[in-house]
Design a protein around this ligand. Structure first.
Ligand code: FES
Length: 215
């Protein structure tokens, strides 16, 4: 299946400098990581050596090292160092498959396939990411009532909802046919109390749709 477009992988706040995480978009495994300079990266979650997940590796400065044999990859995805062969001039052909990455609306986005322009969203306060064991459309159908909105404006993989707490931006990550993630942010600056209320409503949404009792 070809995957084309920009997709949210995580809330920006969740990937701090020097950290990484694995994400799945429609079955495609992606590693999202942030270097020490603060730049976010999205790559195929697969080491070209023996296929270990790069998300199991370690971020050090401007590179990420694979957990298995320690091969180190720079921000361009190129292998820079093979610890078992420190004198080796590493062939250019050894590189991780990289994707475009951008940050918008409090989320990190990856450009997969024919992606076009990066999403344009207002500055936002990250609230929480929810991982839900239902199809994305099921979660989406229950979302407006869960946050006091009349409906939502779908814009590809993001929904804007005029909620009781203001404009919510919800990044829509279809993990697979029966699971999804919602990355929730609120436009502008929000207090910790507001974020806590939104997070509680979101958790209820998750519990209700997984139990099959959502409106
Ligand atoms: S599998 Fe990654 S370095 Fe060997």
């Amino acid at each position: 299946m070809s995957i084309n477009g920009w997709f949210p992988l995580a809330l920006s706040d969740a990937i701090t400098a020097g950290s990484s995480a694995g994400a799945i978009v429609k079955g495609l495994e992606v590693v999202v990581w942030r270097d020490d300079a603060g730049n976010a990266h999205a790559w195929e979650d697969r080491c070209p050596h023996r296929g270990m997940k790069m998300s199991f590796g370690f971020v050090r400065g401007d590179h990420i090292a694979c957990l298995y044999h320690g091969w180190q990859y720079g921000v361009d995805g190129q292998c820079q160092k093979i610890p078992a062969h420190p004198e080796l001039d590493v062939p250019k052909s050894i590189c991780v498959n990289t994707y475009g990455a951008a940050e918008a609306g409090g989320m990190i986005w990856a450009a997969l396939g024919e992606a076009g322009d990066a999403p344009t969203l207002p500055d936002a306060t990250a609230v929480r990411s929810l991982y839900i064991e239902v199809p994305l459309n099921t979660a989406l159908a229950a979302l407006p009532s869960a946050v006091g909105a009349k409906g939502f404006t779908p814009e590809g993989p993001v929904a804007r909802l005029d909620s009781r707490w203001g404009m919510l931006l919800v990044g829509l990550q279809e993990i697979g046919e029966t699971s999804c993630a919602l990355h929730i942010a609120v436009a502008g600056r929000a207090t910790p109390e507001t974020c806590a209320q939104i997070a509680m409503a979101a958790a209820r949404l998750r519990d209700d749709v997984e139990a099959g009792v959502a409106a």
